[in-house]
Design a protein around this ligand. Sequence first.
Ligand code: PLP
Length: 393
Amino acid sequence: MDSTQELERSYHFDLYRRLPVTLVKGKGIYVWDSNGDKYLDFLSGIAVNALGHSHPAIVKAIRIQSQRLIHTSNIYYTIPQARLAKLLCGLSGYERVFFCNSGLEANEAAIKLARKTGNQKGKMGPIVSFTGAFHGRSVASISMGSEKLQKGFAPLPAGFLKLPFNDLKAAKENINKDTIAVFVEAVQGEGGVIPAQKDFITALHQHCRENDVLLIFDEIQTGFGRTGNLFGHMHFGIKPDIITVAKALGGGFPIGAVLTTDEISRGFTYGDHGTTFGGNPLACSVAEAVVTTIINKELIENAQKQGIYLLSRLEKMTRKLSVVNEVRGIGLMVGVELKVPCRPIMIKMLERGFLVNCTSEKTIRLLPPLIVRKREIDSLVKNLYRVLSREKI
Ligand SMILES: Cc1ncc(COP(=O)(O)O)c(C=O)c1O
């Protein structure tokens, strides 16, 4: 254990099962630890560093804006916030945006907005989410998440209902005119990289329409090119009423947002919601730089192309490995489900110089930056194969 790890262990809340490395710098798809060892980053700070590390566009935006104006509060207008609002509405096809600082804050705002609009229509029913979902760690967000997250935090707030994922029958039986909203992910990331089925989403969308229920897509992990489309919902040919975004939007700088129609946004009136830091000029300048770089450098197309390549390489590899249960995913959001716990595999990959993630106990999750190239994928697959081929079941 190095001195940083000792300090951290002594003073920080004991909340994270951290891996035994202290990362000190990053460039592109690589990061380095305090011993000078180099790692190929196939996690991107959990789908955040879409442009990789220290991308010049981000560095430049931070440099220029931090010398100009960092924070003002939302009592005043600022140029970067107005510019980012226009950019995101133009790209997404929504008409209004609310800025905050993180994923869970975006979901919290969406929950409040949904309840406010629902209450105005006389609805007092639940907000529906699905098994395997992850929407953050606030008290409201864990109420929509797995039992594991909820344990020990009773009493949880009322007004949330969990239904089985990809189960249309259960959705139709339980979602009705009193339901306020439905929260869904295009691909459940924390839940083990489980894609929503197209038939399920299109029928759910239709059912929500017929019952005047808001359909909210949590695009916090899937947004901004991760799945090979600007947003995950675009794979289903539907448009949700509300989407929540964060993670890749800031490329590493904290920012979140809620996007919706003009009409739905009017559910909130002056004083209903707000934030001190959300949408500050520095975060918005960085986000504008990130989003324009993703679009201009055709990184969504790259995510789609490299995602297909990564999946095909993994599928080919796993045909020879009995330890693998399934390979699945879309774009650069890929899971390798094992028959054994994945944490030891994650540690062995770290020792070989690769950052990968282990989610829902048995699924290796791969979330490389959108700038990833074929040769880096080849290197990852070769090393993962070597590690997995030594595993016994
Ligand atoms: C789908 C989804 N929603 C919400 C969140 C919560 O975001 P944050 O950690 O920024 O609060 C996450 C984080 O992993 C997520 O993947």
